[in-house]
Design a protein. Structure first.
Ligand SMILES: [Zn+2]
Ligand SMILES: [Zn+2]
Ligand SMILES: [Zn+2]
Ligand SMILES: [Zn+2]
Lengths: 137, 137
DNA sequence: ACAATATCTCTAGTGGCTGGAAGTCTAAGG
DNA sequence: CCTTAGACTTCCAGCCACTAGAGATATTGT
């Protein structure tokens, strides 16, 4: 049995975050020691590692909750799990595309200042006027 | 003179957001009508457009505050403005790099499920075990 | 036995808004 | 001039996914 600190060290998830996940229903309410401290087993360790990994991949708590619910039903079709992963991929791709547009504009804005004072700073002027931008962002 | 609604329509910034910016000190406390409603002029319109544009480019409220403070001192060197823009560019590039790593892993995870049930779903298995991942993310 | 460390619960704060409730003001139509 | 619809006011709560702190209790090591 692990204490919450042991679990934290083994998974890299901070102690208050573990408690938060319990509160959010991602982890079941843990067993307790005589003195009311949480005690976890291998199963909980694995589930927390799953949560950690999914969070690292950017999935929301809500998606993770769905995936955990699903994984309790090994015989069901996995279409929902696949859908969640694909949606996450699509959302990551959207964010990349958006950030790339930003990157382009910021390059134009940030790397071209030849001014010396605020009065003729390219950065300030470019920020003041979106019409100078090459794209909508 | 514009009402807050006029200003909102002209800049595309929602009414509560304009009030929020005032509260955060990005906009000076506006003049008021006899009945205590905010009234804005051209100057405030321009400043709000600046804020909107900077937010669209991903700058934080704090950075925008600095830029506004700077732009009140036309004779100062613009190194700080340039630094803020460059830092933002660097941060956008970091996020892109991070998201691309995620994209790679998610492609591997999301596009390769040939299973039919949750029990043999590639998505669930891949999320359960980061050792199967090609990169740290 | 005692000190040091870990854990407990509870509350509040982060950033950047967004929404709602309840009350007040303004502008246009009659 | 009066009505009334709509816009405006303030204040407070909620979003996400934590993070930090206070003050009390439990466990661990010497
Ligand atoms: Zn400059
Ligand atoms: Zn622009
Ligand atoms: Zn599958
Ligand atoms: Zn991984």
């Amino acid at each position: 049995m692990f204490s919450i600190g042991d679990l934290s060290r083994r998974t890299g998830v901070k102690v208050p975050t573990i408690r938060y996940y319990e509160q959010m229903g991602l982890l079941e309410a843990a067993e307790r020691s005589e003195g009311n401290q949480r005690r976890f087993g291998k199963r909980e360790l694995e589930r927390l590692a799953f949560i950690r990994h999914a969070r690292d991949l950017g999935l929301t708590i809500e998606s993770i909750r769905e995936l955990i619910d699903l994984s309790g039903h090994a015989e069901k079709p996995c279409a929902d799990a696949d859908r969640i992963a694909k949606e996450q991929l699509a959302s990551v791709r959207d964010r990349i595309a958006q950030l790339k547009r930003l990157e382009k504009e910021l390059e134009r804005i940030a790397l071209c200042c030849t001014g010396e004072t605020v009065g003729d700073c390219h950065v300030i002027r470019a920020l003041s006027n979106h019409a100078l931008c090459a794209t909508d962002h």
